[in-house]
Design a protein around this ligand. Structure first.
Ligand code: SAM
Length: 181
């Protein structure tokens, strides 16, 4: 769980509207956490999302954090690493991953509705996961999978709960109890 060895992946979620985007932004954070990022920056404070991720950390381990960062331009400019904006207009994912793979920390920028035009110029890479519109959740999952060479397949959870993969039913081991559903 967490970032690939020696490499920090941070997700910047732009355009989060607490009333409308609560669920999808939570999914962005869950995907970021499960697929190898270490934190997500939100330009709007949303304690509901922070609390949900805190509970997932407690149950499944890791220290993924949700950070309030209102100044998104400062976040991009001040990032000590490469910045990648996921957009259907960008260069092809396999080409970008080849350029990025051996380098250090990465800031991954995903939008909600319309992304400000400045982002396209500010990001080091504008990267498409196919050239059709789909979702920030799917784009982020596929990007992290390719960037980190399927690191999620090798990661182990370390929290209060552990799921035993089973072809049928739910097999969950807790620290003080075992439950099969
Ligand atoms: N129409 C919006 C725009 O032009 O900025 C995009 C809205 S889309 C629902 C929300 C986010 O999903 C985008 O900002 C982008 O980060 C991501 N996204 C959607 N389709 C994508 C694709 N094919 N490749 C990469 N990212 C994508």
């Amino acid at each position: 769980m967490g970032s690939d060895a020696g490499r920090k992946i941070v997700v910047l979620r732009l355009g989060h509207r607490p009333e409308r985007d609560k669920r999808i932004t939570t999914h962005v954070a869950l995907v970021a956490r499960a697929f190898g990022a270490s934190s997500m920056m939100l330009t709007v404070k949303d304690s509901g999302i922070e609390e949900r991720i805190r509970k997932v950390n407690e149950n499944f381990g890791g220290d993924f954090s949700v950070v309030f960062r209102p100044d998104w331009k400062g976040a991009i400019r001040g990032f000590d690493g490469q910045t990648v904006h996921l957009t259907m207009y960008g260069e092809k994912l396999p080409d970008a991953v080849e350029k990025l793979k051996r380098d250090g920390d990465i800031l991954v920028i995903v939008g909600a509705e319309k992304v400000p035009a400045d982002v396209y110029a500010m990001a080091d890479f504008n990267v498409s996961v196919g050239n059709q519109p789909h979702s920030e959740v799917s784009a982020l999952a596929i990007f992290l999978d390719r960037l980190l060479d399927r690191a999620w397949e090798r990661s182990e959870t370390s929290g209060k709960l552990r799921i035993i993969p089973s072809p049928r039913g739910k097999h969950v081991i807790g620290t003080d109890k075992e439950k099969t559903v």
